[in-house]
Design a protein around this ligand. Sequence first.
Ligand code: TMP
Length: 210
Amino acid sequence: MSKGRLITFEGSEGAGKSTQVKALKKYLVSLGYKVVCTFEPGGGSDLCKKIRSLLLSPDSGDFSDETELFMMLAARAEHVESLVLPSLSRGEIVICDRFIDSSVAYQGYGRGIDIKTISQMNAFAIKGRYPDLTVVMDIDPVIGLKRAAKTGSLDRIESAALSFHQNVREGFMSLAQEGERYFVVDASLDIQTLESEIKERVLKLLKYEN
Ligand code: TMP
């Protein structure tokens, strides 16, 4: 059985992650791989979905940044335990729309919580299973938020100030300098160009690590 692979997609609002996740899944399935697509917060068990709705609904009202972080981490721990690790142990490719880096970018760079603390909490929640590849889709938040607004009303986090979203973008870009697992793409490029850049990078991962 082949080794499971964890590929995550990250980026600011409206970067087009879900379109690229779908395209990559289709491509990998056509090559014969078993692929599971999932997302955070909310992928995994019913509990994860309930936490997502509490986190994103404007009806949840105000709560502290620390509470927000703990809820993201609770959803992550449950997601990893209920879906990510079992799928990886069956040798499947797991493609996850947002993962640990979103907590660093949003709750760290965006809300201002200590980055080292978040990284330690992340390591605990994922039981040390880091992604094999992280595609960071970079987009100017002014453009991204306009795109996001077109798909419906903005949720509790999307509605934060532009300066918050600019800090989040900076967070992703600075994370991307940290290691080889990051692959940054310019999300303002057309969908097909992005698809082929991402495919090429993923093939490299599968080829070199098989
Ligand atoms: P989504 O709309 O891409 O599904 O993401 C939900 C929102 O949750 C998005 O605004 C980013 C935010 N988020 C965090 O703030 N921290 C996290 O750890 C994760 C996974 C998402």
